[in-house]
Design a protein around this ligand. Sequence first.
Ligand SMILES: NC(=O)c1ccc[n+]([C@@H]2O[C@H](COP(=O)([O-])OP(=O)(O)OC[C@H]3O[C@@H](n4cnc5c(N)ncnc54)[C@H](OP(=O)(O)O)[C@@H]3O)[C@@H](O)[C@H]2O)c1
Length: 391
Amino acid sequence: MSIRVSPIGKDLAEKGPSRPVSTAEERVMRAAIRLARRGIGTTHPNPRVGALVLRDGEVVGRGFHARAGEPHAEARALEEAGGRARGGTLVSTLEPCAHQGRTPPCVDAILGSGIRRVVLGMRDPNPLVDGRGVGALRAAGVEVIEGVLNASCRDLNLPYLKFLATGLPWVTLKSMVSLDGRVASESGDSRGMGGAAEVKLCHRLRAGQDAVLVGIGTVLADDPELTVRLVRGRNPLRIVLDSHLRVPPGSRLVQSAARVPLLVATVSEDRCLTDALVRRGVRVWRFERDATGRVPLRPLFKRLAEEGELSILVEGGPTVHTALLREGLADRVAIGLAPLILGGTKAPTWTRDLGRARLDEALEVDSLVMRRVGRDLWIEGSLRTAGGRGV
Ligand SMILES: NC(=O)c1ccc[n+]([C@@H]2O[C@H](COP(=O)([O-])OP(=O)(O)OC[C@H]3O[C@@H](n4cnc5c(N)ncnc54)[C@H](OP(=O)(O)O)[C@@H]3O)[C@@H](O)[C@H]2O)c1
């Protein structure tokens, strides 16, 4: 996908709705957000959208966007409502499109249905839409109310919004650590650090992401498969950072490459190793080495985002997490805390040198959420410097 990168219009961000809305309409917007969430993990590179049609206070149509190329949420809700949409209200988490894409413009469907009032969570900053949908509706005499539950509607689409603002994917760093912050024991063991519920949660997280990424260090130490097995859901694209193509042909990742997509990012020019991987169904992307001789992260992430991989879960070791934090490419952290104390002088912690010696230079994490997951604790939050903050 290639979309012109434009700054996000902040005009409506965090403002209230443009006109008074009824609590019923807010309630319906909440339902639209819940519907939109059903598209998490499958809509990429399109946004997650939910919509409902109201007639005389009753919901007569529901829709969400499931997959690029399939009908948009508004079109599905209007189809379900049929003739009952006439004179009614459409509530949608995102501005409807007014252009012909892989599906017809939603604005045409709305105008054709006889809808009188449209209640929206946010404008779509995609330059192909950005105000055109709202403009076309108003020009046709439809009342449009914007900004209802705006912050929640934006939260639905942080990867999409970050991509449009920066051209980069939304990146979550995930790590399982002991109470003393170690990701592995001195002998390098880390498998089994998380309890059964944490492992299941990790599979659920994967299913909601476009891609999951590790460094070759994790592949060599743990031989992970990085698939979704313990919950229902699709497998994300699996990515390995591997400067010298050391990924073993017998690893679980390579062995499963014909079934679940695997991408190896490298700086190696070794044709023999490359061909051997390609023969096994692995995609190999070669880059010019970065200043440290490794895979350059920013060009890799830009290319991934352009190909529609807008959300990436990083399940690597300390080297990859540290590199992403140092380059300002991480947006969110998700840390599992196991009730274990490992100690040791060589047992690794989940980050290494971030080049920040003083307390007032520490990276800050906002909006912390903490919960119990089986025998473990789970802590998530967004980095204050995250690309998504201005989004
Ligand atoms: N508890 C947990 O959640 C958890 C999760 C994962 C791993 N671990 C543990 O962590 C340890 C492995 O740590 P690790 O740091 O070696 O693993 P890692 O961060 O997954 O892999 C690091 C390797 O990635 C490669 N790489 C390529 N380009 C890079 C770039 N731009 N920036 C950074 N790395 C790049 C480098 O090797 P090349 O230059 O040769 O390509 C580097 O050595 C193991 O003990 C494992 O069990 C624990």
